[in-house]
Design a binder for this molecule. Structure first.
Ligand SMILES: [Zn+2]
Ligand SMILES: [Zn+2]
Length: 346
């Protein structure tokens, strides 16, 4: 096997160059994956633009990308669950799986987490990836890796719906129709929630949502969406999924909640949020829960993708090859209004 592989190297803010890296070594419990497709995420865009997100500051050259799917090339000697040739998706968060938090089952909160593509761990925009086998999930034959890589955002959606504790017969509003909002809305629908309202100010996203079967869509630049949803729902909704990371949507969320409702925070906020009206929340005995990444959600995401229960492919608006990564990320940033999701073919 070749010793070197192709990789898209982030050389500094806004600058990607194709280069070579050694093919990674893999340990006895690891899998070497030939990467086929990688989704582009908002975090990739932030790192590309500024080389940092909050306290995470990259050292260059770096490799972005944390939504990979591909084919198993080789396995470590202790790995029996997977074999060369298997189609797989790779969960990008390496938890320690030994600390009390991990042992409690909430490994997404592991304090030792090493996340693919954040500082200290090179990402997936490259030909090969070595990763612990317990985070590499087999994909049903007949599935395309271009779809399987979208298990990552879908897992975010599945985890958030599970955090919400929503029950059959209850109603929900999803604020923000980007990839995560579309995933949340589709998971709700797939779980039998019929009353799902989705808001965004971007027409392309709203059209996508409609094409995906989300019927109740509202343009936030077109009148008072809170009043419109309240009118249709008979006063409010039982769950609000905040997927925008904007102050305006926080206020809208609290206004939209029914008595005993739950707001789920999924969007990352670029700036510190203002005070929340806790009295308003208290008078409704409503709650706020948060949802960070995912834990134990990849198998469900992959089976929803391969069975067609959730149509991830329809969320994708653009496709590029690995050597067009600079163009892909620039397109995503400059044509934000046109892009719902970009997938890179390696
Ligand atoms: Zn992501
Ligand atoms: Zn841990």
């Amino acid at each position: 096997m070749a010793k070197m592989m192709k990789a898209a190297l982030l050389m500094g803010p806004g600058k990607i160059e194709m280069g070579e890296l050694p093919v990674p070594e893999y340990g006895d419990n690891d899998v070497l994956v030939r990467v086929k497709h990688v989704g582009v995420c908002g975090a990739d865009l932030e790192f590309f633009k500024s080389g940092r997100i909050g306290a995470w500051v990259l050292e260059f050259p770096h490799v972005l990308g944390h939504e990979p799917a591909g084919i198993v090339e080789a396995v470590g000697k202790n790995v029996t669950r997977l074999k060369p040739g298997d189609m797989v998706a790779v969960e990008p968060g390496k938890a320690c799986f030994t600390c009390p938090t991990c042992l409690s089952g909430r490994y997404n909160m592991c304090p030792e987490m090493v996340f693919m593509s954040v500082p200290g761990c090179k990402g997936a925009f490259k030909e090969f990836l070595a990763w612990p086998s317990n985070l590499v999930f087999k994909v049903a034959p007949g599935t395309d890796t271009a779809d399987a890589c979208l298990a990552e955002p879908l897992a975010v959606g599945i985890h958030s719906v599970s955090q919400s504790g929503i029950k059959f017969g209850q109603s929900a509003a999803v604020l923000g129709g980007g990839c995560i909002g579309l995933c949340v809305a589709q998971v709700l629908k797939a779980q039998g929630i019929t009353e799902v309202y989705l808001t965004d100010h971007n027409k392309v996203r709203l059209e996508k949502a409609k094409a995906l079967g989300i019927n109740q869509i509202f343009n936030d630049h077109d009148g008072d969406v809170v009043a419109q949803i309240k009118k249709l729902s008979g006063g409010g909704v039982d769950r609000v999924f905040e997927c925008t990371g904007s102050q305006k949507a926080v206020t809208q969320s609290l206004e939209l909640l029914n008595r005993n409702g739950i707001m789920v925070v999924i969007g990352m906020f670029g700036e510190p949020t203002q005070a929340v009206d806790l009295n308003g929340l208290l008078m409704k005995e409503a709650s706020i829960v948060t949802s960070f990444r995912y834990c134990h959600n990849y198998p469900a995401a992959l089976s929803a993708i391969s069975s067609g229960a959730i149509k991830v492919r329809d969320m994708v608006s653009h496709r590029f090859k690995l050597d067009q990564l600079q163009e892909a990320l620039t397109t995503n940033i400059q044509n934000k209004k046109e892009v719902t999701k970009i997938v890179i073919e390696i």
